[in-house]
Design a protein around this ligand. Structure first.
Ligand code: FAD
Length: 431
């Protein structure tokens, strides 16, 4: 009988909690991966994230083969994968890591129930975050909805045990030994190599040490670019946290934001569809398709907004400061429903993470749990003066800025600001 370890958003063999539990369970472990067509069917054929996943899966397969084992790979629906798997192997238990997104919870519930009918247990472990579920809650047991007190409790609970590694990589000898090796060929998913390159995985000490000083300036390569690696689990959050504890409390604070949004999504899954604060679902958006297109292509006439949108389309990344400015601009200046922007970012960002993306958008729209107040409207020009004073970032992405080829502003700041405040107020006062 074998134990299964089901890889998902944890594409690494080292310091992988669920994998470690499987490998030390006393049974030989068969690692599996499912290319979930329920997810893939919704993606563009040139989605760079799929290229990245394929690459990482291949790396793991090579590693398992070097250890005399195999990687069982399936393309289709997860439930069908398990039905098939049970015809090929005598399975005692299935191990995996928890995933907190609504779709994943639904999927795991179905698999859990199916395996239950076969008397097989599905065991899911905490791996994506340092704390989850009810580990960081208020004294009365209710979830926090404001970041500052959440982060205080988070920090007060943190001990080095919370980021101690699970040395899964030391137990690869416990993988199922297959002789001869069955060759699983990678399914042809019909995806073409996407346009974006994933930044290399680096835990850079000097970057962390100067993070607090540099992180707000988009022209400076002052942030870690770890988002995509945390998203797909090619790096362990425990390892990153250990480094942050040593080198930068500001960096650690950002990891706490990530954890906060994951917890918000867990406790309030409705945010994936609608506003955290329901009154904000009644804003009378203008939703001009024409203006939305201008925002997407980066021709709004506001150079910091345009630079950000072009960086996103060209690289699959946008600097955090500029994410805030472009998001606020869409919701407030253009009065376009934040869901439109959320979806655009979700399609483009290599580091797209439902919890953080949704949290960031609801923050910018004012509809979120701990959001910018609705009357606070970022002034894109002032943001540029503060964070890209020498136009270095802007010149990189908007080379025609300052020439006659550059468009004039599609909305006037003062008028747009007043309109946003008025329309928001109307929605909020009526509730
Ligand atoms: P660094 O500055 O080096 O930070 C290190 C890590 O901390 C990040 O990789 C990320 O995991 C976490 N982190 C940093 N800032 C935040 C934050 N504000 N909220 C939550 N986690 C944070 N982040 C995503 O990971 N995926 C998204 O889809 C996403 N969408 C966003 C949308 C909007 C509108 C906004 C305002 C922010 C969004 N963020 C998102 C948060 C943040 O912009 C990115 O995490 C960050 O820019 C990624 O670059 P980095 O890896 O170099 O980050």
């Amino acid at each position: 009988e074998v134990a299964i370890f089901w890889f998902r958003r944890d594409l690494r063999a080292d310091d992988n909690h669920g994998f470690y539990q499987a490998l030390t369970s006393g049974r030989p472990v068969l690692p599996i991966f499912i290319f979930d067509t329920e997810i893939l069917n919704d993606l563009e054929q040139t989605d760079s994230r799929v290229t990245f996943i394929l690459h990482e899966v291949q790396k793991l397969q090579d590693l398992f083969e070097q250890n005399g084992s195999t990687f069982w790979i399936y393309q289709g629906k997860p439930l069908d994968a398990f039905k098939r798997l049970l015809t090929e192997y005598a399975v005692a238990e299935v191990f995996t890591n928890l995933d907190y997104e609504p779709y994943a919870r639904e999927r795991d519930k179905l698999v859990y129930e199916y395996l239950g009918t076969q008397n097989i247990r599905l065991r899911a472990f905490k791996d994506q975050v340092i704390f989850h579920k009810n580990e960081v809650v208020k004294a009365d047991g209710k979830p926090y909805t404001v970041f500052t007190p959440y982060s205080k409790t988070w920090l007060s609970k943190l001990t080095s045990r919370d980021y101690e590694a699970f040395p899964s990589e030391k137990h690869l000898g416990n993988l199922v030994q297959t002789d001869p090796l069955p060759k699983y060929h990678h399914p042809d998913l019909g995806f073409k190599h996407g346009p974006y390159n994933v930044p290399p995985l680096e835990l850079n000490v000097s970057l962390m040490e100067s993070y607090a000083e540099n992180r707000d300036f988009p022209a400076v390569a002052g942030t870690s670019r770890l988002g995509v690696h945390l998203r797909f689990g090619t790096v362990s959050i425990r390892k990153v946290t250990a480094e942050a504890v040593k080198h930068s409390s500001t960096f650690l604070n950002e990891l706490i934001w990530r954890n906060f949004y994951m917890d918000i999504l867990w406790h309030f899954p409705h945010v994936a569809q609608s506003s955290f604060k329901p009154a904000y679902d009644f804003i009378a958006w203008d939703n001009s398709e024409k203006l939305f297109a201008r925002w997407c292509e980066g021709t709004t006439g506001y150079p910091l907004v345009d630079a950000g949108m072009r960086e996103l389309s060209a690289t699959g990344y946008m600097h955090n400061r500029v994410r805030m400015v472009t998001a606020s601009f869409l919701c407030k200046h253009l009065l376009i429903d934040w869901h439109w922007g959320e979806a655009w970012f979700a399609e483009k960002l290599l580091d797209f993470e439902l919890a953080s993306n949704n949290g960031g958008w609801q923050w910018a729209a004012g509809s979120g749990c701990d959001a910018a107040p609705y009357f606070r409207v970022f002034n894109p020009e002032l943001q540029q003066q503060k964070f890209d004073a020498d136009f270095r970032y802007i010149k990189k992405w908007v080379p025609e800025y300052g020439t006659s080829a550059y468009p004039s502003p599609i909305v006037e700041h003062k008028t747009a600001r007043e309109r946003a405040i008025r329309v928001y107020k109307e929605a909020l006062n009526e509730r």
